[in-house]
Design a protein around this ligand. Structure first.
Ligand code: GBH
Length: 482
């Protein structure tokens, strides 16, 4: 049957951007071309046992060579915007020193192609591919390694931001500094399930701070290099975290995870301070002396927008069981990504599960958009990522029919519409992802794309969700779902 669109006849606001998102390491391939050197993800994916199936981003979707076809496909589908990331080691191979012109040329050509097709670009400067040299060739005095736990990386990031702004600033208006600093800090240096694979609670907290600082320094560098019309923001992955019960213990577990997932970023970004309860919860690990008082004013740069990446809510409770799950099932057994929250257990939220075993619950997206509307008054929001992996197959007719994904997109776009109706200033939505791609520790085993990728032939097959979403993008209203 045909269900009416949950938005009724109401459309989305005029100028709302209907986009799709990707990230450099997940789609580009061409890992060793035109002067690119390894990032921490090249090293990590080549380390046996780190990525499912031993997959790497060496070829990925071969987007580096196929970007013109990919942009044409976006235009055919009807997309209005495209969020991509710039590969730091393609542009500045060691993370220091002069830029590689061929690397910058690739992104200029990509942006030109987008603009020729009337597609608005949003550039993300960092989607997890730190130049390996910044992790390895660390400043003297640091024994464990370099990378984001070190202040130097934040400073190098600002310099790189200036380089990219110089190359793309005349044609890109929407700029995002970091993608999901929580993942970089706590999956990269805490649980170690992401590159560089370190498991050190203090390094993870230091990384969170230096990512915040890197954002602030980069935002200043962008502001100085870009025309006044440029919009500068950051994409966070805030957790819609709920207590299992209303008990004081479970509500305290919720408070702890809210501090580590959300307020560790929103505190300094929006209020210019780390939350007191976070500092107290982690005082047995660190005295936070790596935060210099003057850093806080740098981090609290004016934001032209805030990007929210959303997949699923989390449910937590208090526990004394040292073996309680610390995060979603796939990662259990590894080091916890939540420093100082040893007595918090994670539970599966109710709802149909995606291929990641993440529950489908769009209410968390409405909640987060309204929460950040209250926390960052006057700051426009974008949904910079939202989407789902399902077990997609090519049918005998050569098509990929993905009604689960259509329903997921419909319910989450309805949740965005609901937040707008209740006062959130949401300017656009970027579906994760345009293409099936390298899903980090899961390799190519999980398909998030609206467009199916045959990794043998590199053929692109738009799934039915791509057609559905393209129609929404063209009409500004959600088409009905099956
Ligand atoms: C995003 O990460 C990435 O930006 C994107 O590159 C990626 O492909 C996409 O989503 C799909 O994964 O299990 O306790 O750690 C999302 C990463 C997924 C991190 C959900 C937090 C659950 C909490 N987030 N995860 S936990």
């Amino acid at each position: 049957g045909t269900a009416p669109a949950a938005t009724g006849s109401a459309g989305f606001p005029p100028g709302f951007l209907w986009g799709a998102a990707t990230a450099a390491y997940q789609i580009e391939g061409a890992a060793q071309e035109d002067g690119r050197t390894p990032s921490i993800w090249d090293t990590f994916s080549r380390t046996p046992g780190k990525v499912l199936g031993g997959d790497t981003g060496d070829v990925a979707c071969d987007h580096y060579h196929r970007f013109r076809d990919d942009v044409r496909l976006m235009a055919e589908l009807g997309l209005g915007a495209y969020r991509f990331s710039v590969s730091w080691p393609r542009v500045q191979p060691t993370g220091r020193g002069p830029a590689v012109q061929r690397g910058l040329d690739f992104y200029r050509a990509l942006v030109d192609e987008l603009l020729e097709h009337g597609i608005t670009p949003m550039a993300t400067l960092y989607h997890w591919d730190l130049p390996q040299d910044l992790e390895t060739a660390f400043p003297s005095g640091s024994s464990a390694g370099g990378g984001w736990p070190e202040r130097d990386t934040a400073e190098r990031f600002a310099e790189y931001a200036g380089i990219v702004a110089g190359a793309l600033g005349d044609r890109v208006e929407l700029w995002s500094t970091l993608n999901e600093p929580w993942c970089s800090a706590f999956l990269g240096y805490g649980s170690g399930v992401h590159a560089p694979g370190r498991t050190d609670d203090v390094a993870a907290l230091r990384a969170a701070h230096h990512l915040n600082l890197g954002h602030g320094l980069a935002a200043k560098a962008l502001r100085a290099a870009l025309p006044a019309r440029a919009k500068i923001g950051i994409a966070l992955n805030p957790s819609a975290v709920r207590p299992l019960t209303d008990s004081p213990e479970d509500r305290d577990a919720q408070r702890r995870i809210d501090a580590l997932a959300n307020r560790i970023f929103s505190g300094p970004l929006l209020k210019g301070a780390y939350p007191q309860d976070l500092i107290a919860d982690t005082s047995h690990l660190t005295d936070w002396s790596f935060v210099r008082p003057e850093d806080l004013a740098v981090i609290k740069q004016p934001l032209d927008f805030l990007g929210i990446n959303y997949y699923a809510p989390a449910v937590v409770s208090a526990t004394d069981d040292p073996n309680a799950p610390r995060k979603d099932g796939h990662n259990s057994g590894s080091h916890s990504p939540w420093p100082g929250a040893d007595k918090v257990a994670f539970h599966q939220a109710p709802g149909e599960l995606t291929a990641m075993d993440w529950p489908v619950d769009p209410t968390g997206l409405t909640d987060l958009l309204l929460q950040y509307t209250a926390e960052a008054p006057g700051v426009p929001l974008f949904v910079t990522e939202n989407g789902a992996a399902f077990e997609d197959r090519v049918g005998e007719d050569g098509r990929v029919h993905d009604p689960d994904r259509v329903r997921y997109l419909h319910s989450h776009l309805s949740a965005v519409h609901e937040a707008i109706r209740r006062g959130a200033d949401v300017r656009g939505y970027f579906l994760w992802s345009l293409l099936d791609n390298f899903e980090w520790a899961y390799g190519y085993s999980k398909r998030f794309g609206a467009v199916y990728v045959d990794y043998e032939t590199q053929a692109r097959i738009p799934k039915s969700s791509a057609r559905w979403y393209g129609q929404a993008a063209r009409e500004g209203v959600l088409p009905p779902v099956e």
